[in-house]
Design a binder for this molecule. Structure first.
Ligand SMILES: [Zn+2]
Ligand SMILES: [Zn+2]
Length: 430
């Protein structure tokens, strides 16, 4: 038989609950509302540039909370501004768009929406978690308003259209109304990730996400009979050589610690086996971190393409045609000093939160358009949404997959609390 020391047990319980009371910030967060907003947004996704219902829902919510709306920020983008006394100005951005993916999560609130605006019926799904970003953003808006006494300053909540197509942030900074927004002292954003457990926040200082360039190249040749290749200049062989050679830029021209990616994602040329075509179309993506690398790689691609064409016997008028698409976005640059402050705030929000350092990623995010100049300290935080338990509602596949589903029930309140605390700390530290 065990003899318990009840006094010690009571002291232990008191001690534990007191520690929790000190570390948890104790903002009242309405989880029922968070869940219903999340499920509604998840079930009603809209493609890039089409976020009409989504943006009006967000606007309505912010208006109700007392924000002033600054509209016409390009596409469906807008901002909500709330002035709460003298203090710093912080911009917090969410994206709003979904992807043309057929959802297969099997949850009751799965999307069955389609988009017919292009003449083709496309399925739509929030497969990048921008619904999670928006719900967190609204939750933070509400928590900031109900805790107005705890901070002073101006919050700009930026709702951005078309992140997935790289057009949203560009449209915002070009819009004349963007100049009407107060200048931010800090800029932050989150991105959810199933690579990290719920309650874990990922930080990557300096260049954290890559600059994205998309390029279409037409490799020219001189077509003819497939049985008489000696009478032709074969653009298919030329393309094959070119694809091999440009891989040498990363592996042989750049230093090992100077990361970049060149991917040829599409190659189209020819019709049948016995005809050598006149040209071949290639579609590439190029990922870099520094502007110097980017410029070097773009130059090298042309050098290689031109020299291979000349070596194959083509004239100066038959060099490849290189088209850099109007989709380029700069890398995301995370300010280390701001990162340190944010990490402290997140750790102080709850003892169960953990911070991890993550490696830079070669995927792109147009938040880089606001942060790249580095004149305004900016940070994009990774918010973990992978559930420790596997249930039907937690089948977290990878981002952009048909099975992606954040562990929203746990991750939403945790993330709302963490980001609110980050903002309040930034407001009162200055
Ligand atoms: Zn995405
Ligand atoms: Zn995304």
């Amino acid at each position: 038989m065990h003899v318990y020391n009840w006094g010690l047990i009571i002291l232990f319980i008191l001690g534990v609950s007191r520690t929790n009371a000190q570390t948890q910030k104790g903002y009242k967060i309405d989880t029922t509302q968070l869940y219903s907003t999340y499920c509604f947004l998840h079930q009603n996704p809209e493609l890039s540039g089409n976020e009409i219902e989504t943006s009006s829902l967000l606007k309505r919510e912010l208006l109700e909370l007392g924000f002033t709306i600054v509209d016409s920020l390009g596409l469906n983008s807008f901002a909500g501004v709330l002035k709460n006394g003298k203090g710093p100005t912080i911009l917090y951005r969410t994206d709003m768009d979904a992807l043309p993916i057929l959802e297969t999560t099997g949850v009751g609130f799965a999307s069955s929406k389609t988009d017919n605006s292009t003449g083709k019926q496309l399925p739509i799904m929030h497969a990048c978690g921008h619904d999670f970003h928006m719900t967190t953003w609204l939750g933070v808006a509400k928590t900031l308003v109900t805790n107005k006494k705890k901070w002073k300053g101006t919050i700009i909540l930026l709702a951005q259209s078309s992140e997935e197509t790289g057009q949203g942030a560009k449209g915002i900074v070009k819009a004349s109304n963007f100049g009407k927004l107060p200048t931010a002292d800090y800029q932050i954003a989150i991105h959810d990730t199933p690579d990290l457990m719920t309650g874990t926040f990922g930080f990557c200082d300096e260049y954290s996400m890559a600059a994205v360039d998309m390029m279409n190249i037409t490799i020219l040749g001189r077509g003819g009979h497939g049985a008489e290749p000696f009478k032709t200049i074969d653009p298919i062989l030329l393309s094959a050589n070119f694809i091999q050679e440009i891989q040498g830029i990363v592996s042989r021209n750049l230093a090992f610690n100077n990361p970049a990616v060149i991917t040829v994602g599409a190659i189209n040329g020819g019709t049948v086996g016995n005809i050598i075509p006149n040209s071949v179309e290639l579609k590439l993506t190029i990922r870099t971190f520094s502007p110097e690398n980017r410029a070097y790689i773009l130059k090298r691609i042309e050098e290689i393409g031109n020299n291979l064409a000349l070596a194959a016997g083509l004239s100066e008028n038959e060099l490849p045609d290189y088209k850099l698409l109007d989709m380029s976005i700069p890398p995301v640059y995370n300010n280390p000093a701001l990162g340190e402050l944010l990490q402290k705030s997140i750790s102080n929000t709850s003892k169960s939160n953990s911070i991890v350092k993550v490696l830079p990623k070669m995927i792109g995010e147009d938040f880089g358009i606001y942060s790249n100049s580095n004149t305004i300290p900016s940070y994009l935080i990774w918010a973990g949404v992978k559930s420790p338990i596997n249930t039907t509602e937690n089948t977290s596949g990878s981002l952009h997959s048909s099975t992606f589903l954040p562990d929203y029930k746990s991750a939403l309140p945790l993330t709302v609390e963490a980001i609110t605390n980050c903002l309040i700390d930034l407001f009162i530290k200055n």
